[in-house]
Design a protein around this ligand. Sequence first.
Ligand SMILES: Nc1nc2c(ncn2[C@@H]2O[C@H](COP(=O)(O)OP(=O)(O)OP(=O)(O)O)[C@@H](O)[C@H]2O)c(=O)[nH]1
Ligand SMILES: [Mg+2]
Length: 555
Amino acid sequence: MPDHREQRRAVQQWLQRAAAHGWVTPEHEAAFAQLESGHAEELFRGTVRPLVVGLFGGTGVGKSSLLNRLVGQPLARTGVQRPTSHELTAWLHEDVDLAELPEELPADRLTVGRHQDDGLRDVMLLDMPDIDSTAEENRALVFEWLARIDLLVYVVSPERYRDDVGWSVLRQRGQRHGWLFAMNHWDSGHLTQRDDLVQLLQSAGFGDPLVFCTSCRTPPGELPSPDEFDALVAYLRDLRAAHEIAELTRLGHAARLADLRGWLQHALAGLGRPDDPAPDELWQQHWQRFEDSLREGLDFPIRTAASRLAHREGSVIRDWLSALRGSGPPAEQGGPLNRLHELAEQVWDDWAATRTGETLDAFELSLRRTSLVPQPLRQALAPIIEDAPGQARRTVETTLRTSLARPGNALQRVARRGLGFLTVALPVAALGWVAWGVLRGYYEATTGSAAYLGSEFAVHSGLVVLFAWLIPFGLDRLLRPSLEQLVTRGLQAGVAAALEQLAERCRTALTAAQRQQAALRESGTELLGKLTLGRGTASAAVQRLLVTSPESHEP
Ligand SMILES: Nc1nc2c(ncn2[C@@H]2O[C@H](COP(=O)(O)OP(=O)(O)OP(=O)(O)O)[C@@H](O)[C@H]2O)c(=O)[nH]1
Ligand SMILES: [Mg+2]
């Protein structure tokens, strides 16, 4: 026998996996818990599985009287003052082993009567409290039991069959059970009412409904047509044939599978439809806007911070530069290194932090306009966004340190290294040249071939040495960026690096979440394909118990 329980377990496992990452909303989880899970099989122990037949209907229509009439003794309480029945009465063969009832079916609200009628061995009859009960707990109990019932005998009376609250149950559960109809109180009925009920049932989707007119009054009184109680009992006896029980059981399984399918389809919709934008593309759009606004918005703080620092604390930075180059005293506590930390904080300020948070909110809002569940995508990004200010400040600071330690670009650095060498080498060479001139002049003067060197030689030699130093030194000064420029570029590079890092972390997190989403969608779709029951054809006898055209007009 095909069974929905295994499929339910499979769907539940899928739900647990999806819920662990937030891909199923709590409302949806609650909806799964609400799906009917009870089934008739759990009422019995052993291999005998009787057909569960429930007497169901409004207050005082005679459900308990009908059961008592079947039993042949007052097993169920009947009453003139209603509602009478607050509990259920079950009547079943003494050989049938009842299992321990699940906790939602309190045993103290069930009276069990036993019989030895072998003709009804495979039938369990249940008298239920009225469905229009004012006591909510009565209604709840009836609905718990309804889930375990294969065949409902819907009892109505000629006076109130049109406005009976039972119709709403029929509308909801028409396809979940087989249905039989008893028009009790037939002693006060009329033949036209019977025909009218049949018509109503036909318009509710029953092709050829089975309606039995009965009177439980003793003596029965004058009836518009003979009492059909015996025919009702005979019908139940005939139904006990295993084939019919299997068919009605199958109906219950099919209804539960349809529930599971509906639920899973809805859950899968939360994992995105083909026409939904890909989350990473959506995020990219928001990120681009954020990045543009941040670059623009941080430009002013960067320039202000750089110029303030360069002007007020130029010497501090110079100290720091020499500290980095290893040619000065190491930075002490609260010194320039600390100030760089403050600088990074000033640049990636609260405004930037707020803008990051707002970007995540805007992304979530866009997701809500799609069919996607936004929570897991938000959750994937939230820790990164929360951590963003701290992370960004650290990156800004590190980049600033690096760019201060290596000012200018590579070409400038090579040129400056060359100029540094020339600033020393050229004056030394010029001095060497002058020294040679001095020696040669002195020698020539002492040997009498020339006069002693004069002041002109001294002036020109001085000028040669001066220019040999001044030209490379001046060029070096020209190539050396100002402190303000240095700090500005360092901060700009820091912000760019922080943005790049942040973008990369977000991309990675989103990709992981999307991979998870795709895997869940795939396994869910595969599961959905398995939630089917092989088609069975109901026998003509069972056909009469079923709603065959559910979309028909209802009373
Ligand atoms: N005249 C007439 N009275 C009936 C008939 N069947 C039941 N009654 C009476 O109607 C009253 C209510 O019957 P119950 O069998 O208690 O009705 P019920 O549907 O079980 O009612 P609740 O348990 O309150 O929902 C009792 O006084 C019965 O004697 C009938 O066919 N004709
Ligand atoms: Mg009753």
